[in-house]
Design a protein around this ligand. Structure first.
Ligand SMILES: NC(=O)C1=CN([C@@H]2O[C@H](COP(=O)(O)OP(=O)(O)OC[C@H]3O[C@@H](n4cnc5c(N)ncnc54)[C@H](O)[C@@H]3O)[C@@H](O)[C@H]2O)[C@H](O)CC1
Length: 491
């Protein structure tokens, strides 16, 4: 099942609906219980110190304290004055089961930290408005210095839920239990590294209420696998997708070759690399054609019969924009990467095309700094799609796939994939999926996950030393892994 991603405003609107319906108390009970269960599962021993802020995040902490007590844990609570009505109610319930509450301030925290084995961070959730007030900042610094096993409620305190940056100080957690949907901060950038393992507690709220607020989704492998093409016994190389790679220039010929290999390993029936330079035949199954002039050859190629899909731009060099213009006018499934990611092509996209910028290329396309892309990749991907048309894959760890009206966030991958040629491999692989009949959005969602899965496999063998062609070699096995997730008992 796809997991929802919510903005803090969206989460607050669901909260408000729950409150109006008199259901927020039940939601807080479920939230706090999920936190207690996560503490018990991850850190089953040691005194638990819960820090409760004044808002509903602190209310969740009081509920968690009560459930931890019933699980037999030794529990200590330090709390700020409770401002939220339900936080006051659950503070009362905590006291009703014999729990004690001490005021939270730096001095009390300094005394309590050495006694604790586990810390539950219920200081600030989606209601945090940066910057941190000085006393809160001091206490978060003390928490980080203590180095205790830490479970954060909804998100680590000090993080802005809608942003991938991690301001100092913000809690460095081992586990984060988040509610109803992931938040941007839990998935992207330095912020995500502060969250540790993220557990999504769905809470039993009317599904439509969450659905209406969804910013993006995170499909699981069975949903991705359902997008992949299935062949009949009569399939042959002409029906499995004819793909052209248009790329390579003196000095950058490897990019086109890697894209060709990626396309072959992603199941394309026939792959031809067209280039003005001498592209190495890195595998004999690849067809390589060298031309002298794009202006002349493109009309000739078109007249001879178009392929099922094209990937262009990888190492293509200075003529990339004019080549892209011509190929886009063919109106066939097309991947545009690297040199073809140019602001001059804004608005030239069509529904069958896929643009694959990394954050630097995205910044160039939007005319902003790269930091603006990486601080909110969901918003950046949305803007790129509006600018370019078609579908955009904003590459990163994780990547975002933006089509008209939809945002999807990939999962998986391996840090070793931060190396040259990975994007070229992805472009070829995406073209292969387009050539096998997937829509641009389907190819983006499935292709990025397939690439990541192949990277995970290659990472196991090569670690940080993995190279792009290792990822291509694992694409077939990664494909089988995804298919296996459709029916795990048969994998
Ligand atoms: N629908 C859900 O997902 C549910 C979420 N729950 C929890 O509710 C919080 C959000 O609660 P809210 O009361 O809106 O806000 P917070 O508790 O995050 O924070 C408010 C609290 O923080 C103080 N504050 C704000 N900014 C600063 C600052 N810069 N420095 C210091 N202090 C600050 C402010 O004064 C308030 O006192 C969500 O995260 C979940 O944990 C529900 O319990 C269940 C349903």
């Amino acid at each position: 099942m796809s997991k929802p991603i919510l903005s803090p405003e969206g989460a607050r609107r669901v909260d408000a609906r729950l409150e109006r319906a008199g259901l927020l108390d039940l939601a807080m009970e479920e939230a706090g219980r999920a936190v207690a269960d996560a503490v018990q599962a991850s850190f089953p021993a040691g005194e638990v110190l819960l820090l409760a802020g004044g808002g509903a995040n602190g209310g969740d902490a009081f509920v968690a304290a009560r459930h931890l007590l019933t699980l037999g844990r030794v529990v200590r609570v330090l709390a700020l004055p409770s401002k939220h009505a339900l936080t006051r109610l659950n503070r009362g319930r905590w006291r009703a089961v014999g729990g004690e509450v001490r005021p939270l301030n730096p001095a009390a925290l300094r005394r309590a930290l050495p006694l604790a084995g586990v810390l539950v961070d219920g200081l600030l959730g989606t209601g945090f408005v940066p910057p941190l007030r000085p006393e809160m900042a001091e206490m978060i610094e003390m928490v980080n210095q203590a180095g205790l096993s830490t479970v954060s409620i909804d998100l680590p305190s000090g993080l802005d839920a809608s942003c991938a940056e991690a301001p100092e100080p913000s809690v460095r957690g081992d586990v984060t239990v988040t509610f109803m949907g992931f938040k941007t901060a839990l998935l992207f950038g330095e912020a995500a590294t502060r969250a540790g393992q993220v557990i999504l507690a769905p809470l039993r709220v009317p599904p439509d209420w969450v659905q209406e607020e969804i910013l993006a989704t995170r499909p699981d492998d069975s949903e991705v696998a359902a997008l992949l093409p299935v062949r009949t016994a009569g399939a042959h190389k002409g029906t499995a997708g004819r793909v052209w790679i248009l790329g390579g220039h003196p000095g950058t010929v490897g990019a086109a070759a890697l894209a060709g290999l990626g396309a072959l390993r992603a199941g394309a029936g026939l792959v031809t690399v067209h280039s003005l330079a001498g592209v190495p035949l890195i595998t004999p199954e690849l067809m390589v054609r060298r031309h002298t002039n794009w202006d002349r050859v493109l009309p000739e190629l078109r007249a001879a019969g178009l392929p099922d899909a094209v990937a262009l731009g990888m190492g293509l060099g200075p003529q990339a924009v004019e080549v892209a213009r011509e190929v886009l006018s063919w109106d066939i499934p097309t991947v545009l990467d690297a040199d073809a990611l140019h602001p001059e092509l804004a608005g030239h996209g069509h529904p069958q095309c896929l643009w694959t910028p990394h954050p630097g290329e995205a910044a160039r396309l939007l005319g902003v700094q790269t930091a603006e892309i990486t601080r909110d990749p969901l918003a950046a991907a949305r803007r790129l799609q509006e600018l370019l048309g078609g579908t955009v894959v904003l590459k990163g760890g994780p990547s975002v796939i933006a089509s008209e009206g939809n945002l999807s966030v990939s999962r998986g991958g391996h840090p070793g994939m931060a190396s040259a040629g990975m994007g070229d491999t992805l472009s070829g692989l995406l073209a292969a999926l387009l050539g096998q009949g997937l829509s641009a959005e389907g190819a983006g969602v499935a292709g990025v996950r397939l690439h990541a899965r192949a990277g995970e496999r290659a990472g196991r063998a090569h670690g940080y030393g993995l190279i792009a062609s290792d990822v291509s070699e694992e694409l077939g096995a990664a494909w089988l892994d995804l298919i296996g997730s459709l029916n795990p008992s048969q994998s």
